[in-house]
Design a protein around this ligand. Structure first.
Ligand SMILES: Nc1ncnc2c1ncn2[C@@H]1O[C@H](COP(=O)(O)OP(=O)(O)O)[C@@H](O)[C@H]1O
Ligand SMILES: O=C(O)C1=C[C@@H](OP(=O)(O)O)[C@@H](O)[C@H](O)C1
Ligand SMILES: [Mg+2]
Length: 195
């Protein structure tokens, strides 16, 4: 059984929540599910939780309540999920656009940014109709714009940045595990041993 890397100390408290962030198509849902399966912890996808709770699809929420309505539900869901112990959370790509969400995530868990270049994001999402923000004339350009706007925000929030464009989801999981182990070792080194 793999070692429990989910133990992360932030100040006084033990944090056991891992939050994946990154653009649409970065692999948050796919990689997050696999990571949770390997670590034997619960997996929650923020979008899927919202869909389960409302009973309608993400495009329908956007249609009825607009993006603002969706963002309110997203904040509420992140707030709830990130309080659960031993959990991997896959967020939606736009979660970092709200300052409240950024502060919430950074304070509640280890935040991992799956960074994938726009061209690959486009290839991975081009046939998907479930992402309302990409249902435009030029989705490739839209992805590039969103990437430019959001990449600094992802970096601001993330404890770890992973190159998510090279290798299959299994490889991504191992890269995250290795990076977390290094992070834990660094934290331990920088933590003075109280007498
Ligand atoms: N590392 C990867 N290599 C190749 N394809 C991937 C990888 N990660 C995800 N995918 C594929 O890309 C698409 C988008 O993945 P998804 O997990 O839904 O991304 P996100 O949740 O970040 O939007 C899916 O079809 C998925 O199978
Ligand atoms: O980037 C975004 O603003 C969004 C990303 C989607 O999730 P994925 O990143 O899992 O595709 C979903 O939350 C919604 O369509 C909005
Ligand atoms: Mg997803």
């Amino acid at each position: 059984m793999p070692a429990p890397f989910f133990i992360w100390t932030s100040g006084e408290s033990r944090v056991s929540c891992l939050i994946l962030i990154g653009m649409m198509g970065a692999g948050k849902t796919t990689v997050g599910r696999e990571l949770a399966r390997r670590r034997k912890v619960r997996f929650a996808d923020c979008d899927q939780e919202i869909v389960a709770r409302t009973g309608v699809s993400i495009p329908t929420i956007f249609e009825i309540e607009g993006e603002q309505g969706f963002r309110r539900r997203e904040t509420q869901m992140i707030d709830e999920l990130s309080l659960e112990p031993d959990i991997v959370i896959a967020t939606g790509g736009g979660v970092v656009t709200t300052p409240t969400n950024r502060a919430l995530m950074r304070g509640r868990g280890v935040v991992v940014y799956l960074n994938v270049p726009p061209q690959i994001l486009y290839e991975r999402t081009r046939h998907d109709r479930n992402r309302p923000l990409l249902q435009v004339d030029d989705p490739r350009q839209r992805i590039e714009e969103l990437y430019r706007q959001r990449d600094p925000l992802y970096r601001e929030v993330a404890h770890l940045v992973i190159d998510g464009g090279r290798g299959n989801p299994g490889t991504m999981v191992r890269m995250i595990e290795n990076a977390l182990q290094k992070l834990a070792q660094q934290t331990l080194k920088n933590t003075p041993c109280e007498p």
